[in-house]
Design a protein around this ligand. Structure first.
Ligand code: EPU
Length: 444
């Protein structure tokens, strides 16, 4: 924390306007960050399209650039170019990895491409401990020699040999790191109890178009047959749509009792979430293979749910559903099963009038008639976005502080909401109060 004059930004939101019109969803943050790391595997220039303009993308570009690659981001066309002909450095520094945990994925890519990597350990973040032990054990099983010294993972792999790896839990990051490390290993690698998220399939599709041999992505058993470095070539690839951004806008439309079309969405990626919204009384119509119309009227019903790895209820949309339950007709129970501390929005939701009882990883939400606007602060990316949605639903005006969390995962959030008729403004403030806006505190 700093105690000086600084410039910050905040949202001012006046609630009560039903969202109407159309919104276009961007590329998936949690896919694109991994594709960028995977681009390092092939010599030559890889182009990735549909890349959202986010702080996290900027950080990943820096990580990759520091390896000696040439990187460009054409923000107008949303295309990132990564020329990985030369890798001259195998270190990912703490200064960057600590700002964004997802950059730890560079470990698997560097081990494949250079047989060596020195990557800072990310540490925990606001929402949980977030260990990387499965990543490390998986790489060791492939023959990588790993030492942890001075906060860095020092990995050396003169020879990588395929093997069977069983994950205790279907970790997204561990599945991806192991996939990347196994691409050039000798023989076959099988990842059992692998994560099944759409972002894993996107990474496998990307790597296969590059010349890798991966099958089973999207199921619990992923098989990687090792290929040779000369089999890999640079590619041009378009990222899948962001299912969490789509779910956030679905929530905002339902919360405001609006009616709007969401484009560039893969509805099958949100099956569990859609079902819960339908049970709550929302209407979701498929109008094109990649477009839906969402609407709702009247008071919502309550539901209960447990967050689970895909295809279960996504933890990244838990806080959004909590906003809907906060004014639903009855009591809803949420169990958060992935993270130890992902109810960070609760104290601010209470300040807006919500009636929530929290006991460790359970939240009991008793629907109230309405929320009222208040000054609140984003504590992390998804909790922050859910407070914006709560403010759009609330009576009166709210301010949402610490926008740097939201900027990590939502491109032009305010502009997209404004285009739907929502009353939101992003304003600069001069403050002399304590600031928590230190970028070094950002970790997800
Ligand atoms: N875990 C371990 N050891 C490991 C790896 C994971 O104990 O080696 C635990 C974690 O501590 C966590 C759980 O397993 O409690 C799940 O972690 P996972 O590895 O599946 O998550 P991740 O790869 O770190 C990605 C997304 C998250 C999303 C989760 C779950 C990215 C960059 N991040 O994280 O997204 O919540 O999967 O779906 O892909 C977000 O976008 O807001 C976000 C947090």
């Amino acid at each position: 924390m700093t105690m000086d004059t600084n410039k910050e930004e905040k949202y001012i939101v006046t609630g009560g306007t039903p969202l109407k019109g159309e919104v276009l969803i961007g590329g998936a943050k949690n896919a694109v960050l991994k594709l960028m790391a995977a681009a390092v595997l092939a010599k030559g220039e890889t182009l990735i399209h549909n890349v959202p303009d986010l702080t996290d993308v900027e950080i990943m570009l820096k990580v990759i650039k520091e390896l000696g690659t040439k990187t460009k981001y054409d923000k107008f066309n949303k295309t990132v170019s990564i020329d990985a002909t030369d890798i001259t450095n195998v270190t990912a520094k703490y200064e960057l990895v600590s700002k964004m945990r997802a950059s730890f994925i560079i470990l698997g890519a560097l081990v494949s491409r250079c047989n060596e990597a020195i990557v800072a350990l990310p540490g925990g973040c606001a929402i949980g401990e977030r260990r990387v032990d499965f990543h490390i054990k998986g790489l060791e099983a492939l023959g990588v020699n790993i030492k942890i010294e001075n906060g860095y993972v020092h990995a050396k792999a003169p020879k990588l040999v395929g093997t069977d790896i069983y994950l205790d839990i279907p970790s997204v990051g561990a599945t991806e790191n192991i996939m990347l490390a196994a691409i050039l290993a000798e023989g076959e690698t099988k990842i059992q109890n692998a994560a099944r998220e759409p972002e894993i399939i996107d990474l496998a599709n990307f790597l296969n178009s590059m010349g890798a041999d991966i099958s089973g992505a999207g199921t619990s058993d992923i098989v990687i047959n090792g290929v040779k470095q000369e089999d890999l070539h640079p590619i041009e690839y378009t990222t899948i749509p962001d299912r969490i951004e789509a779910g956030t806008f679905m929530t905002a439309i339902v919360a405001t009792r609006g009616k709007a079309i969401i484009r560039n969405i893969f509805p099958a990626h949100l099956t569990f979430f859609n079902n819960k919204l339908l049970k709550m009384g929302a209407s979701i119509k498929l109008i094109e293979p990649t477009a839906i119309e969402v609407s709702s009227k009247g008071r919502l019903n309550t539901v209960n749910f447990v967050t689970q790895p895909y295809p279960g209820f996504p933890t990244d949309l838990q806080s959004m559903a909590m906003v809907l339950l906060s004014t639903a007709n009855g009591v809803g129970i949420i169990t958060e099963s992935l993270y130890e501390n992902r109810f960070m929005q609760v104290p601010d939701m209470r300040r807006m009038g919500a009636d929530i009882h929290q006991d460790r990883n359970h939240a009991i939400i008793k629907g109230v008639k309405k929320l009222t606007g208040a000054a609140v602060s984003a504590s992390d990316l998804r909790a922050g976005a859910s407070l914006v949605v709560a403010a759009l639903m609330a009576e009166g005006t709210s301010e949402i502080n610490n926008l740097y969390h939201i900027d990590r995962g939502y491109e032009n959030f305010d502009k997209k909401i404004q285009a739907l008729g929502g009353n939101i403004e992003r304003i600069k403030i001069e403050s002399t109060q304590e600031s928590t806006g230190d970028l070094n505190e950002i970790r997800i």
